[in-house]
Structures are given as C-alpha cells and as structure tokens.
Design a protein around this ligand. Structure first.
Ligand SMILES: [Zn+2]
Length: 71
C-alpha cells in the first residue's frame, strides 16, 4: 500500500509541500495550520454530546420508574 500525501502549495514560494507540515522545505517559512487546533474541540463536543445523551437517557429511565411507582 502506498501512502497518499496531500500536496499543497506554499503561500510564500508557491512550491509543492506536504499538507500538514509546519515548515516549508523550500523557503523554510513557518506554516500555521488550523486543522490540528480544531480536532480536540470536536472530540470534546462528541464527548459532551455522548455525556448529555447518557444523562438524558438515565433521566428518562428515572422518570419512567417514578411514573411506574406513583401510578
Ligand atoms: Zn515555501
């Protein structure tokens, strides 16, 4: 299997560089990528969504049990 590397153009020298690299190998300019900064936030969001759905589910179970006992 061959590893497919996404090539992007350096904004400074327009030379092809590997996507995700922090420094251009041609002009050695620092490249700031925002993709790495967004991934932990997405993970936190999925964790929060899972936590909230679990909380809602347990609340629903408690409500059903409460209704069962009161009726
Ligand atoms: Zn460059």
């Amino acid at each position: 299997m061959s590893v497919v590397k996404l090539a992007v153009k350096c904004p400074h020298c327009k030379e092809p560089i590997i996507a995700g690299s922090t420094r251009c190998k041609h002009c050695h300019a620092e490249l700031v990528s925002s993709t790495k900064k967004t991934s932990p936030l997405k993970k936190l969001d999925t964790f929060r969504a899972g936590f909230l759905s679990g909380l809602l589910f347990s609340l629903l179970i408690a409500l059903i049990g409460w209704l069962h006992f009161t009726s």
